[in-house]
Ligand binder design. Structure first.
Ligand code: DSN
Length: 421
């Protein structure tokens, strides 16, 4: 078979397979037909390098481009910026970053100098890699100062962290995470940041759709200086990034994004993101509300099935995520492999007490329910899914046998909800 035919056939196989799976990776989602249209549009192979150039009388962004041909894209990007500012209460938004890491790097580049200190969670406690030396913080030569973490609360220990922060005085304090069950103490950390003259960068990648739907904290209202995110986790846009900030930082942030870190941004992604923002403006509250109901319902079902779901005493979660300690079932790797054999897709994850050397087979499993919610599942399906997982892991039924029931359940949930199409 020719390579091009092979690729087309692999796309078919992927879509047919994942369309028959329960997709529960906490950082993924499905996009609406309108977003798919945007991503496959002519914008996907055009250039729009240029500067932001003030706003018109109606508050729409104007651009000073280096390339001709952008009369329609200028309007698209202006809408993406306008909706980002409105939905997240941002004084300024920039949609140039092509990923969450680039959004974080833009913030670091704008606010710190090579070699400065940055504070964040550790990766086992839930940090994204870009908060640490293996990724964006390391590219900036920054030393990461870890916060004290409360394993029972699954959150930052403010008092313990305060002592560390007053001593270390990082230039940037990163809040937000990739394991993100509960809102972070932004208000309390703001007070510390003011004392040490640090900037707060809130990485909202995982919870952006929940913030849009007003079902999570509002980071700017609570004191963040900058909010960064990817656009494709709970926010159901195409893969991409966004960085938002207080007006006083806008020039530095814009300059860091372009020409600092990106030459041409991905215009088709900006168009898709703008559509996803419009979807969240109209349907976001229902969508985010159902996500949180679903994650709590699945947590309860799995707890009743004998799994160690973290934070039972706190209702398991206030986000799209659940975290399970599966060390008594052989660890996260075996668990995730068995699930994949039954068409349930989730990922192994470190828990705060794991060490980095456990990363190949950590103690935990992370589950996200945002994609299942987007295809219309509710609390009763969460209960059913808890039962399917139990049959494989606790009852030790053959995963392939459970798979046929997974496929049967999935058949009734093929339409994408909370969108205009
Ligand atoms: N690695 C992703 C996650 O799963 O959280 C974030 O980029």
């Amino acid at each position: 078979m020719e390579f091009h035919q092979r690729i087309l056939s692999l796309i078919e196989e992927q879509e047919s397979w994942r369309g028959n799976c329960l997709n529960m990776i906490a950082s993924e989602n499905v996009v609406s037909p309108s977003v798919t249209r945007a991503v496959a549009s002519d914008f996907g192979h055009r250039y729009a390098e240029g500067m932001l150039a003030g706003k018109d009388g109606e508050g729409m962004q104007l651009f000073d481009r280096f390339y001709q041909g952008n009369r329609f894209f200028d309007k698209v990007e202006a809408i993406a910026i306008r909706l980002s500012e409105e939905l997240f209460g941002a004084e300024h938004a920039n949609v140039v970053p092509i990923s969450g890491v680039v959004a974080n790097l833009s913030a670091y580049y704008a606010l710190a100098s090579y070699g400065d200190k940055i504070s964040a969670l550790t990766i086992p406690a839930g940090a994204h890699i870009s908060h640490g030396k293996v990724s964006a913080a390391g590219v900036m030569g920054m030393k990461t100062i870890p916060y004290a973490f409360d394993n029972d609360e699954m959150n930052i220990d403010v008092d313990g962290s305060k002592k560390i922060l007053l001593e270390e005085k990082p230039k940037i304090m990163v809040l937000g995470a990739s394991v993100f069950l509960f809102p972070h103490p932004v208000k309390e950390m703001r007070e510390i940041a003011d004392e040490i003259e640090a900037r707060i960068v809130y990485d909202g990648a995982h919870v952006l759709g929940l913030i849009a739907g007003k079902r999570f904290q509002s980071p700017f209202e609570e004191g963040a200086d900058v909010v960064t995110a990817s656009t494709h986790k709970t926010m159901p846009g195409p893969q991409g990034g966004v960085v938002m900030c207080k007006e006083e930082l806008s020039k530095k942030i814009d300059n860091a994004a372009f020409p600092g870190l990106v030459s041409n941004h991905h215009l088709h992604h900006v168009a898709g993101y703008a559509i996803a923002l419009a979807e969240m403006q109209k349907f976001g509250e229902d969508y985010a509300g159902q996500i949180v109901k679903n994650s709590k319902a699945l947590g309860q079902a799995m707890h009743e099935s004998g799994f160690k779901v973290l934070c039972e005493n706190k209702g398991f979660t206030k986000s799209h995520q659940l975290l399970l300690d599966v060390s008594n079932f052989g660890g996260g790797k075996e668990f995730a492999d068995q699930m994949e054999r039954s068409n349930i897709i989730l990922n192994k994850n470190m828990l705060p007490w794991d060490s980095m050397k456990d990363s190949r087979n950590p103690s935990g499993i992370r589950i996200g329910v945002q994609e299942l919610t987007r295809v219309g599942m509710k609390e009763s399906e969460m209960k059913e899914i808890g039962g399917l997982i139990k049959r494989v892991i606790v009852d030790k039924e053959e995963p392939e046998k459970v798979k046929s029931d997974v496929v049967e359940l999935r058949k009734n949930f093929t339409k994408i909800h909370y969108c205009f199409d």
